[in-house]
Design a protein around this ligand. Structure first.
Ligand code: CMP
Length: 138
């Protein structure tokens, strides 16, 4: 297995309910190294650019509105097999289908307000980490 980096986001519902501390604790306890971290609020254009691959989906407008509704925390996470392991730790996109012990099972509100995001492939990670962090920050 090789050391990888992936993008993690703690979404507005997580910060609004004050869950970021508990989520960061789980991430660290599972052996991820946080190589970069920042709190920010996305503009509409930034949210639309980040989720461009979903632009034709019926939930796109609502998703972008939600993702700009409050601050988020962006994380560059590193460990062996980080991309798959972060997706496993997050749980299924729909929290109703997420396994016990996953972040979404424990913290998510619904399919849209699902508390965390993670890159879904190596290709996505290579696009998404630099979307949030400059070369000097990671
Ligand atoms: P995320 O993993 O960030 O990727 C796309 C996001 O769109 C997803 O998490 C949810 O927050 C949101 N979303 C809303 N509705 C759906 C849906 N029907 N299928 C997938 N994602 C959805």
């Amino acid at each position: 297995m090789t050391t990888e980096r992936t993008l993690g986001l703690i979404k507005p519902d997580g910060l609004e309910r004050g869950k970021q501390g508990q989520i960061l604790d789980v991430i660290l306890k599972k052996g991820f190294k946080i190589v970069a971290m920042k709190q920010l609020r996305l503009t509409k254009a930034q949210a639309e650019g980040f989720y461009a691959e979903h632009s034709a989906r019926p939930f796109f407008a609502s998703l972008c509105e939600y993702m700009t509704s409050g601050p988020i925390i962006a994380l560059a996470l590193e460990k062996e097999n980080a991309i798959a392991d972060w997706r496993t730790l997050m749980g299924a996109t729909n929290p109703e289908k997420a396994d016990p012990g996953t972040i979404r099972k424990e913290f998510a509100v619904d399919l849209e307000k699902n508390t965390v995001h993670g890159s879904d492939s190596s290709q996505s990670a290579h696009r998404e980490v630099p979307y949030f962090f400059s070369a000097l920050e990671r």
